[in-house]
Design a protein around this ligand. Structure first.
Ligand SMILES: *Cc1c(COP(=O)(O)O)cnc(C)c1O
Length: 299
């Protein structure tokens, strides 16, 4: 086993809306696992790192953009576990907070144009075919091993719930949660909030990584224009939530999930007495992606 003790409590949220609608809302604090090896990115890396150690590999190779929670987690986890890390980064070299942090944690970066970035297996083979230490980690940590780690979120729960919410990019986290729900909380319904536009394809992805499970609702109307897009309403929701709870959320993932949750509660989608869990999937560093905009808004 690997040494990485984690702390991720379930906390009840007390907001006026929840009291008014007589629902109980809790949040699973996976953001507290680690500042950068955070949330679902640790969950998705965990079984990959166990595999790396089993296979005696020494080098994590992965893929992502210039604001990737996954690359930040991978760089930091590699440093923590004494591994080397390399990332193929989509696009041009740019100085932003994330890229700076990747480098600070010792990750080698290979900036790759969008065309070549598409074929990840080919990129890996071109650069690392002869490197027996190198281990391929899919973009976003997506895949079966990733889902297995995310199922453990449900195994850890101390209470039972009627509704469980998560944000989705690749759908791996949702697939893992679904597997865990079937195992430990079969009464719960999973609500998956897609953060990108045209995310109908996610249904199939989620089923693929969860051995065909389909008992979830995919919500595709809370993307705010697409991946990493936002408007003032979303940023105000983030500000209101953070200032009312003391829990930091980002506008790319958890902000959209909380927005959806509040919207559905406001519209009486859940009976009084319902017990609802929001999974905080971490990634709070992403708030720096809108810091200029927030300076203006909060002044
Ligand atoms: C990456 C990420 C997600 C998306 O997870 P998937 O498994 O790709 O669906 C959700 N929330 C946060 C905070 C993330 O960083």
């Amino acid at each position: 086993m690997i040494k990485f003790p984690i702390y991720s409590p379930e906390e009840e949220l007390h907001l006026p809306l929840f009291e008014e609608k007589k629902v109980q809302v809790f949040i699973k604090r996976d953001d507290m696992i680690h500042p950068f090896i955070s949330g679902n990115k640790w969950r998705k890396l965990k079984h990959n790192i166990i595999e790396v150690q089993k296979q005696n590999k020494k080098h994590l190779v992965s893929f992502g953009g210039i604001w990737s929670n996954h690359l930040l987690a991978t760089a930091c986890a590699a440093a923590h576990f004494g591994l080397k890390s390399t990332a193929f980064v989509r696009g041009e070299d740019i100085a932003n907070d994330s890229v700076f942090m990747y480098r600070l944690y010792g990750m080698d970066l290979i900036f790759t144009d969008r065309q070549r970035y598409r074929d990840k297996k080919a990129l890996f083979a071109d650069h690392f075919a002869d490197d027996s230490d190198a281990y391929f980690v899919n973009e976003g940590g997506a895949g079966k091993l990733g889902a297995r780690g995310c199922a453990e979120i449900i195994d850890e729960l101390e209470h039972s719930y009627d509704q469980i919410f998560c944000a989705a990019g690749t759908g791996t986290t949702a697939a893992g949660l679904l597997t865990g729900i079937m195992r430990k909380q079969p009464q719960a319904r999973l609500h998956v909030i897609a953060v990108l536009k045209g995310a109908g394809f996610l249904s199939e992805e989620i089923s693929k990584y969860s051995e065909g499970l389909t008992n979830f609702d995919l919500h595709t109307d809370y993307h705010f224009g697409g991946y990493a897009k936002y408007n003032d309403e979303l940023l105000y929701l983030v500000r209101d939530f953070v200032s009312a709870t003391g829990i930091l959320i980002d506008q790319v993932y958890t902000g959209k999930m909380i927005f959806a949750l509040m919207d559905m509660i406001r519209n009486d989608k859940f009976k009084p007495g319902s017990r609802i869990l929001a999974v905080h999937t971490g990634g709070t560093f992403g708030i720096l992606g809108v810091k200029e905009k927030l300076y203006d808004l909060l002044r």
